[in-house]
Design a protein. Structure first.
Length: 511
């Protein structure tokens, strides 16, 4: 375990594992909802399914075979609640939270120029610390809206630097902030008045004016004085728009731009910032929004309740996660028709997000040890692999191209896979070689035991987090024994089993 991991686990172990949750109140809401809709919810999912689901959702990774065996063997009645606390208190949870938020803060768009001009490694460390210390969400939001100075000394300022374009109005930053912290899409309002959008073009630019003093100074964010209105320039057709927030409010006398903007965000009517965060968390764990949309009625009453409990938990991001994954609705079996899922009568089922996918992809093919060995051979050429967090950002950029069709917005749709992913899995020579390389799971399992039955069981536990059924075990043991050259049967047969599991829906879906 790394030094950082030790520090994180020590900080968390004694400080938070007994944090309260609000599941009973929300579970009671679901009981009333199911009764009102005359719905019979599905049975609770089995322990192996729960462990895989909650591990992917809280640390972005599948459990180890030893974790699966221990969890299935345990007879403690509260073992699920204990596992949730254990996962949330782990350094892996802080790392997953940080990598998710980097994607959200950067608008799911990180390129190699960003790796050079931004301090994304420093931003990741700041986010891990925020999760570790359970930074209240109001303070979290305030940090990103009001930071300035050197990016290396004020990591949240990297968010501002990402979205500021030199020589252009701060429209991109204004749009990104409204979307991330308010759940509002202002793309139409930037260019024209839209008949179905209450925000006009003039209101958009008045809101964007709050970001007008910010400048990307190259490795730092500077705040410069804004020129005063000039009647002569107005006569020439150039208008000066005073900063005015989306709901019409303005800065208080003597209030700084940074402090005022954060205040205006955090004091919007209907607690908009908290509601947007709660809905984002719900989409992360359930794969659907609580807000009404084109294809769903939404559950605004449930959103109100969760927002209330989130505020009652002092804006704790970890406690919000604990509440949601502790719900009975989250722990239902996911087997059943999609119509039942829309009313939460069966459990969540969704394709992995980009962060989960690349972590599990790495787990399957052991990319990290491979790239680490390549970096050590040529540190200058592969400098961005020096920082593990930056390594994951590079890999997650690639995952987006595999999971989302070009032009599809990860903020609007769930991952669905692409033709590129299908072709990569069918024809990519590097993947075929990594499957049987010295780092591969197939080789690791072969070295661990010579017993075919144990090898088959180990691969199932590694890939889909459950033991094989009796029929599956018998079938694949027989396949291994009859596969290819007897001298290479452990490669031929077990590689076949690995490949089958890797390409299964059970592997790529969280459900």
């Amino acid at each position: 375990m790394s030094a950082i991991a030790v520090v994180l686990s020590c900080c968390l172990a004694g400080s938070w594992q007994t944090a309260p949750s609000h599941e009973p109140e929300v579970d009671a809401w679901f009981d009333g909802y199911w009764k009102k809709q005359d719905l019979k919810p599905a049975a609770t999912c089995d322990d192996a399914v729960f462990l895989r689901r909650v591990s992917l959702d809280l640390i972005g990774m599948v459990p180890s075979p030893d974790e699966v065996r221990a969890f299935l063997k345990s007879t403690k009645k509260d073992k699920r609640a204990r596992k949730i606390d254990e996962l949330l208190a782990s350094p892996e949870s802080a790392e997953y939270f940080a990598h998710l938020w980097v994607q959200w803060l950067m608008g799911h768009d990180i390129d190699f120029r960003d790796l050079r001009r931004l301090d994304l490694g420093g931003l990741c460390l700041w986010l891990k610390k925020a999760w570790t210390e359970d930074l209240p969400y109001d303070e979290f939001v305030r940090a990103f809206l009001s930071s300035s100075g050197k990016l290396s000394e004020n990591p949240p300022a990297n968010y501002l630097a990402k979205h500021l374009v030199s020589g252009e109005p701060p429209a991109t930053l204004a749009r990104a902030s409204a979307r991330l912290f308010l759940g509002r899409d202002l793309r139409c309002a930037q260019c024209h008045d839209h008949p179905f959008d209450p925000i006009t073009q003039e209101e958009f630019w008045a809101y964007a004016a709050f970001f007008r003093p910010l400048r990307d100074g190259g490795g730092r964010i500077d705040e410069v004085p804004v020129r005063k209105p000039d009647p002569l320039r107005e006569d020439l057709g150039e208008r000066f728009i005073e900063p005015r927030f989306l709901d019409g409010r303005t800065l208080e006398p003597e209030e700084t731009r940074a402090a005022g903007l954060a205040r205006l965000f955090l004091t919007m009517e209907n607690d908009a910032v908290a509601r947007a965060l709660v809905d984002r968390a719900w989409r992360l764990y359930f794969g659907r929004s609580l807000l009404p949309g084109r294809h769903a009625k939404g559950q605004p009453e449930l959103l109100d309740l969760l927002t209330k409990t989130f505020r009652g938990g002092k804006g704790s991001l970890r406690n919000l996660a604990k509440t949601i994954v502790g719900l009975r609705a989250y722990q239902l079996s996911s087997e059943g028709p999609e119509a039942q899922r829309e009313v939460y009568a069966i459990g969540p089922l969704k394709m992995m997000n980009t962060t989960q996918f690349m972590r599990v992809w790495n787990h399957a093919f052991q990319w990290e040890p491979y790239f680490r060995s390549q970096y050590e051979k040529n540190p200058e050429k592969l400098a961005f692999f020096k920082d593990p967090d930056v390594f994951w950002m590079v890999r997650t950029m690639q995952a987006k191209e595999l999971l989302f069709p070009k032009g599809r917005d990860p903020e609007e749709v769930l991952a669905s896979g692409t033709d590129r992913l299908a072709i990569k899995l069918m024809n990519n020579r590097d993947i075929q070689l990594m499957m049987i390389s010295q780092f591969s799971l197939v080789q690791q399992v072969a070295k661990k035991t010579a017993d075919p039955e144990r090898r088959v069981e180990e691969l199932f536990l590694l890939m889909v987090s459950r033991p094989p059924t009796k029929a599956e075990k018998a079938r694949f043991v027989e396949h291994v024994r009859s596969a290819g050259n007897p001298a290479h049967a452990y490669v031929d047969g077990y590689a076949d089993l690995f490949w089958m599991l890797f390409n299964s829906s059970e592997f790529v879906f969280v459900g």
